[in-house]
Design a protein around this ligand. Structure first.
Ligand code: GDP
Length: 199
């Protein structure tokens, strides 16, 4: 996780960039406004790496980041989903892009599915989990904005989601709670990614 990190490129098509030999990838998915950009910035220790406010133009691209040196790792920022007003054809574009990406990515080790701690799992989150289960891509749930809940509230959400993913085949059972604002859980997530790199 050595800085500086750089933006590699955006991919509007899943095959815009073939997997890079010797590089592993982890991807981040979540509903728009879940705090994905903030978490990527917190993880890399680099404010402004992923933008903290999505403009519609870039929302349908996969954005790739890597450290400038020792580039054995790619972070992949998936386009946010679940805009309240998203027309069906936009949802279809998202699904097609993500399906194609998941298919062509042997280096992809894990997808971190970000869930707003206040909102829990929504229908479109469940749809994404199903997509990942079907593609047999390992994923882990990461709660964001944990600072907005009391500790007891977090425990309740953790238990609720744990129960709901229990039978999902590709789900990693442990759920992480993070706050980009306060820094909570960010080290744990970084450590989890480092373990994937090591193993
Ligand atoms: P994205 O659309 O998923 O990339 O979400 P952003 O990272 O742009 O964050 C959306 C909004 O949530 C912004 O106003 C952030 O300041 C806010 N936000 C993000 N992370 C946190 C957090 O950990 N705690 C709190 N309280 N707010 C956060």
């Amino acid at each position: 996780f050595a800085r500086p990190w750089t933006f590699v490129r955006g991919m509007a098509q899943a095959n815009d960039l073939p997997p890079i030999a010797g590089t592993i990838e982890v991807a981040f998915a979540g509903r728009s406004n879940v705090g994905k950009s903030s978490l990527i910035n917190a993880l890399t220790g680099q404010q402004g790496l992923a933008r903290t406010s999505n403009t519609p133009g870039r929302t349908q691209e996969l954005n790739l980041f890597r450290p400038e040196v020792d580039a054995g790792l790619l972070l992949v920022d998936m386009p946010g989903y679940g805009y309240a007003e998203a027309p069906k054809d936009k949802v279809d574009v998202w699904n097609a892009l993500i399906r194609a990406y998941l298919r062509g990515r042997p280096n992809l080790r894990r997808v971190y599915v970000l869930i707003d701690a206040r909102h829990g799992l929504k229908k479109n989150d469940e749809d994404v989990l199903t997509l990942l289960d079907k593609a047999a891509v390992s994923y882990q749930i990461v709660l964001t904005k944990a600072d907005k809940l009391k500790p007891g509230g977090i425990d309740k959400v953790l238990a609720e989601i744990a129960e709901r993913i229990r039978k999902r085949p590709a789900a990693f059972p442990e759920i992480l709670a993070t706050s980009s604002e306060k820094g909570a859980g960010v080290d744990d997530l970084r450590a989890a990614i480092s373990r994937l790199l090591a193993g």
